[in-house]
Design a protein around this ligand. Structure first.
Ligand code: HSE
Length: 418
């Protein structure tokens, strides 16, 4: 029998005081879910905002305009960073950690651009930075990757990582709304970024994928290493093609481990209407994880919006009451694989007749079709080629229903000619 002194002490969850930066869509969502959640031992002491003239739903006494009122307040244990500006957010996170505070943030751009530094700052100051709300809103994917999949060999992670574009594509397909009308809907509902080109050009899902890759494969990438194609060039010709072939279009983020390397891509894809992702509509997101042993698993939930994201932020705050921190297990386990864009993928492209696209642009050209004004081509191309086409306004690139993202085999010429 264990002696009294050997028995594990049960530490009751502590009460924590929060200093919040930002009171926009997510900040207000957090305030609401915190108020409605009984039993959580956390309270907001101060909220730092920029705009003095904005009408607020709370009494003015809780607001401050001076970041030091939070960062230098010894009573505040946790800084909750929910502002828009990634650069200012990183400064807040750094100072908060230096001053001995834990941090909860949902700022995907800031985290993706500073993953390595955020990891090191946590070690240096022995404090925790949690950011579940930054990847796919309410879906608890990061803690699952850290805890549940800590020793499964994950081979791929993919899915719908942006709520706004999924909302736009749903409205355009199902309600035949115009792209601009659908985008306005996503903005009015608070799903879109303040610069919506981050959503529609697929930078936002790329930031999220960069973060997910760190927790899936233990590889810290810079977002600019990953190629991202958005939905802004999808034309009525592509929609017609999809409808005629029982397909829909989704913006898919994906990362695979193949041949000892990590490959990743964010791009629109034709999805068969009976595929699981086809039924993920509006601002919902989905994450498909494939492991060597667990095989395929899917998480679906709201990827954007005030309360869903606020609930993920609240869950991180709650985790801090029992001293939770990410261990970055895949990274510390040391299987740091190289990242590569040296791969091919199957695409279907459309462009106005007369554009300078040629079958020679393909590694393997499968065929083409000419309409009155438009032309389609299909086949496999190098990822580098996608980057080139992305800069051409008239070429719309959509991945094939089975995109077959495959590493290009290195041929050892010396051996060949030996
Ligand atoms: N703009 C983002 C989206 C918000 O639409 O998914 C949630 O991260």
């Amino acid at each position: 029998m264990a002696k009294e002194s050997e028995k594990k002490q049960h530490t009751p969850h502590k009460k924590i005081k929060l200093g919040v930066f930002g009171f926009g869509c997510v900040g207000q969502g957090l305030y609401h879910v915190l108020n409605e959640t009984h039993g959580i031992k956390a309270e907001i002491k101060k909220i730092c905002v920029k705009n003095r003239d904005k009408k607020r739903i709370l009494d003015q006494t809780i607001f401050t305009y001076d970041k030091n009122d939070i960062l230098s307040d010894r009573e505040i244990d946790v800084v909750v960073e929910l502002i828009d500006d990634a650069r200012a957010a990183f400064e807040i996170v750094k100072t908060a950690l230096q001053n001995g505070k834990h941090v909860v943030t949902a700022n995907k751009r800031m985290i993706a651009e500073h993953l390595n530094e955020i990891y090191e700052l946590q070690q240096k100051y022995d404090r925790s930075v949690l950011y579940e709300g930054s990847v796919c809103g309410s879906i608890p994917i990061l803690r699952n990757l850290e805890e549940y999949y800590d020793n499964d060999l994950i081979t791929s992670i993919e899915g719908i990582f942006n709520g706004s574009t999924n909302y736009i594509l749903t409205k355009v397909f199902e309600e035949r709304k115009s792209y601009l009308e659908a985008l306005k809907g996503a903005q009015d509902l608070g799903f879109a970024e303040s610069d919506p080109s981050l959503d529609v050009q697929a930078f936002d899902p790329k930031f999220k994928l960069t973060i997910a890759i760190a927790h899936t494969f233990g590889v810290f990438l810079k977002p600019e290493q990953i190629i991202n194609l958005g939905i802004q060039k999808i034309s009525s010709v592509d929609l017609k093609y999809a409808r005629e072939n029982n397909l829909t279009i989704k913006l898919v983020a994906r990362a695979y481990k193949r041949d000892g390397k990590i490959f990743a891509l964010v791009a629109p894809q034709f999805i068969p209407t009976d595929h699981m992702l086809a039924s993920v509509r509006n601002e919902y997101n989905a994450v498909l994880v494939e492991g060597a042993f667990a095989e395929k698993q899917v998480f679906i939930g709201k990827g954007a919006g005030s309360y869903p994201t606020g609930s993920a932020v609240l869950s991180d705050i709650s985790a801090l009451t029992y001293d939770y921190r990410y261990e970055y297990k895949k990274f510390t386990q040391g299987e740091s694989l190289p990242f590569s864009n040296h791969a091919t993928v199957d695409v279907i492209i459309s462009f106005p007749k007369g554009s300078l696209v040629s079958p020679k642009d393909f590694e393997h050209f499968k065929g083409g079709y000419q309409g009155d004004k438009y032309q389609y081509m299909t086949g496999s191309v190098k990822l580098e080629k996608l980057k080139e086409w992305n800069a051409w306004d008239e070429v719309s690139v959509i991945l094939a229903p089975e995109p077959n993202l495959l590493p290009i085999k290195e041929t050892n010429k010396q051996l060949l000619y030996a």
